[in-house]
Design a protein around this ligand. Structure first.
Ligand code: NAD
Ligand code: UD1
Length: 322
């Protein structure tokens, strides 16, 4: 259900075939005219709701961007190269997607006078000096990804100051939930895939590093609140305020899936952030946002859904041979 104020709008969701974007589309599509601009590089066509219009294209393509933004009231910008490692391997190429295309999108929004809600990231803080990390903490990215996200997040603020464009940057912490998959997806989907396949769970380093894992449904709610707030030109942390170690997570997933698989350690990731936990007081105070789904509940729900999908697939296979 969308808030009453997000109705009868023309909305663009870039990256709307992806994990977070597709959930956002689902939340908006009943009451609005929703377009998706996605090159399907990691997103999937079948994740895009039937009632949304999928424009298959690259955010770096000026014409595609102009077409997608024409007459829109509201833009949620989710398209990006999300894997931190990919940006370390290809800083210049990923900069074109994560920063340059985002800046061009702000230009188009200025032309259309459209509000923009941007997917920023906890990666802007790098290795935080203090936890929980608040929006006023120093920003010191530890990867090209963090620099790209920070620059766009700052541009969004500047566009609000200079041009009066209503923008909001949401600094997501570690997202998880249904539809997150693939080689560069987050640790929860990787561990779940490993456990279900009967493979060892691969912890990088000692596993004592911690993250603030936030469920995609909570992220969607934060986006809807950001789309209606009067407090624009601001960045907000979106997390739970809790942190969990990667080793605890591996144990939780092993238990939840009932998998008899070992936990193995690999080399730590170069440049990996050691600890991360959001101070969510600004989002609570200003947006009225509070995460509602705890990690244990979120993981149990994910495991339940996957079992259901698997059972349905077995049924279908059975049918096709009968
Ligand atoms: P995702 O990879 O599932 O979604 C990204 C989508 O963007 C995909 O559908 C992909 O096909 C599309 N895309 C990529 N490059 C494109 C291009 N050049 N042109 C058009 N479309 C393109 O990832 P996600 O986890 O849903 O991430 C959504 C946003 O949230 C991203 O901006 C990401 O940086 C940000 N974010 C994610 C997390 C997380 O933990 N998943 C945390 C912080 C921030
Ligand atoms: C994630 C997001 C990034 C976002 C950031 C915000 C993804 C792919 N990346 O980065 O977009 O901006 O959160 O906080 O969602 N790990 C293992 N074994 C594995 C995989 C990962 O031990 O098989 C460890 C990593 O070393 C890391 C932790 O799990 O310490 C989290 O890794 P990952 O899920 O890739 O997320 P981040 O790098 O935190």
């Amino acid at each position: 259900m969308t808030p009453p104020s997000i109705r009868d709008r023309t909305i663009l969701v870039t990256g709307g075939a992806g994990f977070i974007g597709s959930h956002l589309v689902d939340a908006l599509v009943d009451d609005n005219d929703v377009r998706v601009l996605d090159d399907l590089s990691t997103g999937e066509r079948e994740h895009v709701h039937d009632d949304a219009t999928l424009l298959e294209g690259d955010v770096r393509d000026q014409q595609a961007l102009e077409r997608a933004t024409r007459d829109v009231d509201l833009i949620f910008h989710e398209a990006a190269v999300v894997g931190v490692t990919e940006t370390v391997e290809q800083p210049a190429e990923t900069n074109r997607v994560n920063l340059e295309a985002g800046l061009e999108l702000l230009e188009q929004a200025r032309r259309e006078d459209a509000r923009v809600v941007l997917a920023s990231s906890a990666a802007v803080y790098g290795h935080p000096d203090e936890l929980p990390v608040s929006e006023t903490a120093s920003t010191d990215p530890a990867s090209p990804y963090g620099i790209q996200k920070l620059a766009l997040d700052e541009y969004a603020r500047l566009y609000a100051d200079l041009y009066d464009l209503p923008t909001v940057a949401l600094r997501y912490f570690n997202a998880y939930g249904p539809r997150q998959r693939g080689p560069y997806s987050g640790v929860i989907s990787t561990f779940l895939e490993q456990a279900r396949a009967g493979d060892p769970i691969t912890v990088e380093g000692d596993g004592e590093q911690t993250r603030d894992f936030v469920h995609v449904e909570d992220l969607v709610r934060a986006n809807l609140l950001a789309a209606t707030t009067d407090d624009v030109g601001e960045a907000y942390n979106v997390g739970t305020g809790e942190r969990t170690s990667i080793l605890e997570l591996a144990e939780t997933i092993r238990e939840a899936t009932d998998a008899d698989v070992p936990i193995v350690h690999r080399e730590p990731r170069v440049g990996d952030v050691r600890h991360s936990r959001a101070d969510v007081s600004k989002a609570r105070r200003t947006l009225g946002f509070e995460a509602t789904i705890g990690l244990q509940t979120g993981i149990r729900d994910l495991v339940g859904r996957e079992s259901l999908e698997e059972a349905t697939m077995i049924d279908r296979e059975g049918e096709s041979y009968s």
